[in-house]
Design a protein around this ligand. Sequence first.
Ligand SMILES: N[C@@H](CCC(=O)N[C@@H](CS)C(=O)NCC(=O)O)C(=O)O
Length: 218
Amino acid sequence: MSIVIHGLPASPFVRKVRVFLAEKNVPYELRPQSPFDKTPEYLAISPLGKIPALQDGDFAVSDSSVICAYLERTNPEPALYPSDPKEYARALWFEEYADSKLAESVGPAFFQRVVRPAFFQQEPDEEIVAKAVSEGLPPVFDYLESQIEDGSEGLVGGRFTIADAAVGAVLALLIHSGVEIDGGRWPLLVAYRDRVHGRPSFKACIEEEKQIFASMKK
Ligand SMILES: N[C@@H](CCC(=O)N[C@@H](CS)C(=O)NCC(=O)O)C(=O)O
């Protein structure tokens, strides 16, 4: 297996890359790398010390967006970036939105409910979770709800693209955090989330992660 992904399954950015690889049917090895363990060896392949990083033979590169763009060139089928210029730009926009605003809004609940107990043996601060759920998340859910076409397989061009790999990867954090999306208020988002997470690529990751988090809580 020539492709190695350095990272942990808990990271939405690692999940995005894993889903992307699965959608393209490319085998890879996930090599455990904590974002808190910035060894000189890891910094040599990921200069910011962040996960994920990719190694493909003697080539290494970091950042999930860069990695996916690289993989699209090395493994063009199925295409996960639209070819139409406007759709391409919109797909990149949703990837950017997922990696920044959506991740920042979902992050506090995940950090409190999963990262603190599992990695630091600390209790979650439920006030932080409640604030994120009541104030941080509704505007991003409103925005996504306004962008989803009823029944569509993806946010752009009616099919699964990098946009959905990125958005779905961050939405998966809510499952692990025990945060529900209110289907009465955001019905298109819930249906979209279910369609995206129902794909074999996402299903495999999410099931594996559930088992990992369950065993870490014991
Ligand atoms: N833009 C980067 C973000 C990666 C990122 O922030 N990863 C987190 C883990 S989810 C990390 O490594 N954090 C450690 C740090 O910021 O030093 C990407 O898309 O790969």
